[in-house]
Design a protein around this ligand. Structure first.
Ligand code: FAD
Length: 311
């Protein structure tokens, strides 16, 4: 198999990967970046970004990522199509296989492969993507001020998102499949004591409707062992909070991860337990999952890589 040696390999082309490429290129690390199946990352799937500092009028997600890409290219980052399909981080130089046909031997690696939100798998989630369906309350909650929204999920994230949205929306329905919440006691109490939140236990969302974006959700309520009731509930926004899947599978034998697969780093740094291997952005962040935090940790990872190579 063809082999190439590089000083700094960046895997992923979201805000974390491109920011790491800008910093690494400017530090003369000649970074090589593989973009993966989704060049530009998650933001290319949304319309306007209104919370990234520096854009008073907001900016389209695709445009922002195109700008970041150009900025990385301007400083000489080598941006390539390709997917990391296997990893051997057992000893330096670390080996990453690209598209099962080429091996990159890297002195440092920045893993910036992101995380994907989980959806229920309904056709309507795709149909209304960006038109009332969201997997990020922090990103999109602002658009639902004084409106009615539903959040799907029964864990800590769902309770957190419901509480956050209750600060903006006029009413929040929490759609929970089970007859109880899985969230921690404190999060459960926060939800149950919030008069704007109504928990719909033993409910399943089975579809959405609306001519102009989401106008309601089709629900099925379980009644006892075999009975069920179907009804429609008018809502303006449908938020998924049933978890994310970090893209960390190929690295798991070498770095520590939490039970969901988020890469664990030394607190306050992007350092994994493998010297010279760093993780930035959503793949290592179960808490914030924002473009600005991904970019920030991408910057930190590149600075760490540069310092690592000096030693
Ligand atoms: C619909 C939507 C709207 C959002 N709106 C906002 C918003 O308004 N404001 C905000 O701050 N945040 C928003 N977010 C969150 C934001 O998109 C993420 O926090 C951010 O993109 C994370 O950046 P990242 O660099 O960690 O990874 P991602 O953007 O997830 O990118 C991951 C990259 O890794 C690549 N990759 C994955 N696996 C491999 C592999 N094996 N080999 C090579 N490459 C690989 C992918 O191709 C992709 O390029 C939104 C998210 C979504 C889904």
């Amino acid at each position: 198999m063809e082999t190439e040696k590089v000083k700094c390999l960046i895997i992923g082309s979201g805000p974390a990967g491109y920011t790491a490429a800008i910093y690494a290129a400017r530090a003369n690390l000649s970074p090589v970046l593989y973009e993966g199946l989704q060049p530009g990352g998650q933001l290319t799937t949304t319309t306007d970004i209104e919370n990234f500092p520096g854009y008073p009028e907001g900016i389209s997600g695709t445009q922002m990522m195109e700008d970041l890409r150009k900025q990385a290219e301007r400083f000489g980052a080598d941006l390539r199509f390709g997917v990391a399909t296997a990893a051997d981080l057992s000893k330096s130089p670390y080996k990453i296989t690209i598209d099962e046909e080429k091996v990159i031997e890297a002195q440092t690696i920045i893993i910036a492969t992101g995380a994907a939100a989980k959806y229920l798998g309904l056709e309507d989630e795709k149909k209304y993507a960006g038109m009332g369906v969201s997997a990020c309350a922090t990103c999109d909650g602002f658009f639902y001020r004084k409106k009615v929204v539903a959040v799907v999920g029964g864990g800590d994230t769902a309770c957190e998102e419901a509480s956050y949205l209750a600060g903006l929306a006029s009413k929040v329905y929490l759609i929970v499949r089970k007859p109880f919440l899985r969230a921690s006691k404190i999060m459960q109490e926060r939800v149950m004591n919030n008069e704007k939140i109504e928990v719909l236990f033993e409910h399943n969302a089975v579809g959405l409707y609306g001519d102009n974006g989401v106008e309601g959700v089709h629900l099925v309520k379980r009644m006892g062992e075999s009975d069920e009731q179907r009804y429609d509930l008018a809502i303006d926004g449908f938020f998924l909070a049933i978890g994310h899947k970090p893209n960390s599978d190929i690295f798991k034998p070498y770095v520590d991860t939490d039970e969901t697969g988020y890469i664990l780093t030394e607190p306050g740094t992007p350092r994994t337990k493998v010297p010279g291997v760093f993780a930035a952005g959503d793949v290592a962040d179960p808490h914030y999952r924002q473009a600005i935090t991904a970019a920030a940790t991408g910057c930190m990872a590149a600075i760490e890589a540069e310092r690592f190579l000096l030693n």
